[in-house]
Design a binder for this molecule. Structure first.
Ligand code: NAP
Ligand code: 12T
Length: 339
């Protein structure tokens, strides 16, 4: 449990990565009450440093006693590192907010989006999981609709940015684009196929049932966060050559009828959501405008005319912010509020 203090000793694990970097920026921007900041990464980064509030913080490697005296650790260094080190941190009394997939479906670990299920923070035992990026931006929109009309079924297709995979994937999109524009051959290291000028219906590993792990994360995590295992969900997750900002086409079937006008009214007061929907003026959410923003943008709000009670929506959010770093910092802020 977090003890109430004026300021906290904070760690970012995976500080040199795409998410870790964003975490440091979000902590700074939101004036998180930091007494001291410690940064951790692999041996590859030893000796590197990162600026924070005008000073320079040196990047360290993890050791058994690294978490002594720390209050909060934000992890984003991959599932293996979380499996190994989150229990070590929690064991030394440091509360972990983990961005990897390692602990999300563990029944002992709350999976939290502060706008949706802040109450689940009450039962944490030292580790709190941050959901998958595609799930987070979808549930902030599903929750108010569920409260208003009870969701029976969701069909979602995603259009996910390469920054979701990390730094190396961003470099790959840039290098392939550069190579193709100068008539050179491309090399594929991160993804199994060329991502520049292409679309890949494949995110994370394929499972026995023919779905990808990313698709099943959206199904299982949504049910856990919403606290309703009866919601039926099916997903197709797709990688597109976009650097930042995940888009989603979401079809929702509800028990009660919700007209497009009513849905717009419900969403316009939902926390963390901005309705951006004026098609007659070519206004709808776009990944290039979501980059660097905190909210999930929703547009193309319309009734599904093929069923009785259905809606179609288009959602966009910055996957490195609400999808990862921002949600983790908001969890930490909520913990402080509750301490
Ligand atoms: P990334 O850009 O590849 O960064 C990986 C980070 O992990 C780097 O700081 C790296 O340090 C560090 N690391 C690697 N091996 C390590 C080790 N043995 N010990 C300590 N640190 C180590 O990846 P990313 O996109 O930031 O993603 C990182 C994590 O966040 C992953 O677990 C991913 O699943 C999760 N993530 C979650 C979401 C979400 O949906 N909420 C979204 C994106 C990512 P070096 O620079 O020294 O190699
Ligand atoms: N493979 O945190 O590649 O479970 O975009 C997030 C993003 C896993 C995760 C990606 C991934 C996660 C991706």
């Amino acid at each position: 449990m977090l003890k109430r203090k004026d300021k906290y000793n904070v760690a970012v694990v995976g500080a040199t990565g795409a998410v870790g970097n964003e975490m440091i920026e979000v902590l700074e921007e939101r004036k998180f009450p930091v007494r001291s900041l410690r940064l951790f990464a692999s041996e590859r980064s030893e000796g590197k440093s990162h600026s924070f509030l005008g000073g320079d913080v040196v990047v360290e490697t993890l050791k058994e006693d690294s978490f002594k005296g720390l209050d909060i650790a934000l992890f984003s260094a991959g599932a293996e590192r979380s499996a190994r080190w989150a229990p070590v941190a929690a064991g030394s009394g440091c509360v972990v907010v983990d961005n990897s997939s390692q602990w999300r479906m563990d029944p002992e670990v709350p999976l939290v989006v502060p706008e949706v299920n802040p109450q689940d923070l009450k039962w944490h035992k030292g580790i709190i999981a941050n959901p998958n990026c595609s799930t987070i931006q979808m549930v902030v929109v599903l929750k108010p609709i569920h409260d208003a009309a009870r969701i029976k079924r969701v069909v979602v297709s995603t259009y996910q940015a390469v920054s979701g995979t990390g730094r190396k994937a961003m470099d790959e999109l840039l290098e392939q684009t550069r190579a193709l524009l100068s008539f050179q051959d491309v090399s594929c290291k991160v993804y199994p196929h060329q991502i520049a000028f292409n679309v890949l219906p494949h995110i994370d590993k394929f499972l026995e049932n023919g779905y990808t792990r990313e698709e099943m994360k959206m199904v299982n995590e949504t049910r856990k966060i919403m606290g309703d295992a009866s919601i039926r969900i099916t997903a197709t997750t797709v990688r597109v050559p976009v650097f930042r900002g995940h888009s989603e086409s979401v079809n929702i079937e509800t028990e009660k009828k919700l007209s497009a006008v009513e849905a717009r009214a419900v969403l316009s007061v939902a926390p963390g959501v901005i309705v951006y929907d004026a098609p007659e003026k070519n206004i709808y959410p776009l990944p290039i405008y979501s980059a660097g923003k905190d909210e999930t943008f929703v547009g193309r709000i319309r009734e599904d005319e093929s069923i009785e009670n259905g809606l179609n929506l288009w959602l966009v959010s910055d996957n490195l912010r609400k999808g990862a770093a921002l949600n983790a910092v908001q969890i930490a802020e909520k913990l402080i509020e509750m301490a």
